[in-house]
Ligand binder design. Structure first.
Ligand code: ZN
Length: 467
């Protein structure tokens, strides 16, 4: 039962928000205004909670005259700001209630307490601030005739200036006692995307297939190796520690934080590498939400403890998050189901080759990356085939992006299984069998660019390659 490709969600917003934090000791007048915002929020809250079903705009309108009377020394837009912040606190409280619905006592405790704003913070109404592009200073209004000028001409913050220019100095502003938060609204130029790139994420590699026929592999093994080392370290520590659970937990938490901090830069490097290869192409990613969980649940009994540990430490979610954040081109999400079981030539079902099963020392099948199509008999590299399937699904969604016949044959050529060169299941040789880790040039010089053009035409194109 092959499912038709469908879009899970399309990232169609034409703007992306980039926030820049500028450290700044707030001027006294603004600090006082922040105090007023906090007291205003806390005074409004009981009233807003009494009328639970009242929409935010109605509540703002109803309480506005009272706010104006209570804070006559602030401009009118400050009252709107106070109402907006009240709404934000109320929403956060509602979210917390929703999360707490599974533990009754926590729910009751939250439900009985009136939420309070404790931090000093305000996201200003756009009428309250102005940017002067000539003097490079920010002008914040307290009330008519009372302004605060913040001179930023000598600010050394490359991102601030770059994002500011890109956003044409349209931004939202949040005040905190020790920082200014600029939320720049940067147009995302959909037109700038040329072609598309499908990304298939695996344990130890990210495979890319582009609509102009390039296949690239990005090595993620440094990350998995680091995680493995950290897991071993944690195990050996747990063995030596006292049996006091509380003590153990505290120590292990420290080591977990260490792992996170060491993995993060590797993830950023991999994401940068991926985006450098993607260039101006639109990104097609698998919508892998809950994927690890469902795999774990479905196949828990089938995996060894080591595989389970790797599954739960799998960092694809964080990698995708970083890639998405850094991407300057549109992102398209596709259904991840069966992408690695779809023949890149005919769309038929792929299966493990019967002679390709290699038994490990534990009697289990070793993973081979070779797959054979049951319909056309083609023999494919699993990861490349999956990347091509992701790309094809993305092209179905992205109107106007197609795969040219020459690019198509180049992709098929790259996905064709070549015995001896690419079975890199583990690198470990427990059964006396030498498994070549990767091609030599791969291991040394990062991801190889498998680009071959001008190959023989392959069969009648029965598979859809985008409209
Ligand atoms: Zn086939």
């Amino acid at each position: 039962m092959l499912q038709s490709p469908r879009a899970v969600a399309t990232n169609s917003s034409t703007y992306s928000i980039r926030t820049v934090v500028v450290p700044h000791r707030l001027e006294l007048a603004l600090f006082r205004a922040l105090l007023d915002v906090r007291s205003g929020v806390n005074r409004l809250m009981p009233d807003w909670l009494e009328r639970r079903t009242e929409p935010r705009f109605t509540a703002t309108k109803r309480t506005y005259p009272w706010l104006r009377a209570a804070y006559p020394h602030l401009a009118a837009a400050w009252c709107t700001t106070i109402a907006n912040e009240t709404s934000a606190v109320r929403n956060a409280w509602r979210r917390a209630l929703r999360r707490a619905r599974h533990s009754p006592e926590r729910f009751v405790r939250l439900n009985d307490a009136v939420p309070r704003r404790r931090r000093l913070k305000a996201s200003l109404h756009p009428g309250l601030f102005r940017w002067n592009p000539v003097l490079r200073c920010l002008d914040v209004t307290i009330r008519r005739g009372a302004h605060v000028h913040i001179d930023l001409a000598r600010l050394q913050h490359p991102l601030f200036w770059r994002y500011g220019e890109a956003a044409n100095w349209r931004f939202g502003l949040t005040l905190r006692p020790s920082a200014l938060l600029f939320h720049f609204r940067i147009p995302r130029s959909i037109e700038s995307a040329v072609g598309a790139v499908g990304v298939d994420l695996n344990f130890d590699s990210a495979d890319l297939a582009t609509s102009d026929g390039k296949c690239v592999r990005i090595d993620l093994r440094p990350i998995t190796r680091l995680q493995e080392r950290c897991a071993q370290k944690r195990q050996s520590i747990a063995r030596q520690l006292s049996k006091d659970l509380r003590h153990q937990r505290a120590v292990l938490r420290r080591y977990q934080g260490r792992e996170r901090r060491r993995v993060a830069p590797l993830l950023h490097w991999s994401a940068n590498e991926l985006l450098a290869h993607a260039g101006l192409r639109a990104l097609v990613l698998e919508d892998l939400n809950d994927a690890t969980q469902s795999i774990l649940r479905r196949e828990l009994h089938r995996h060894s403890p080591a595989t389970n540990r790797r599954l739960s430490a799998w960092t694809h979610g964080r990698l995708v998050e970083i890639v998405r954040y850094k991407a300057r081109t549109p992102t398209v999400w596709v259904n991840p189901e069966r992408t690695s079981q779809e023949c890149p030539r005919c769309g038929g079902q792929l299966a493990l080759p019967s002679e390709g099963k290699v038994l490990g020392s534990d009697g289990r099948n070793r993973m081979t990356r070779q797959l054979v199509c049951g319909e056309c008999g083609g023999s494919w590299h699993r990861d490349v085939a999956a990347a091509i399937a992701v790309l094809a699904r993305g092209c179905d969604i992205l109107r106007g992006v197609t795969i040219a016949p020459s690019a198509r044959s180049a992709l098929l050529e790259a996905a064709t299984w070549r015995p001896g060169s690419s079975d890199r299941s583990d690198g470990r040789t427990s059964s006396g069998l030498t498994v070549e880790p990767m091609k030599e040039d791969d291991a040394k010089s990062g991801p190889p660019s498998v680009v071959r053009t001008g190959s023989k035409a392959v069969g009648p194109p029965r598979r859809r390659w985008g409209r």
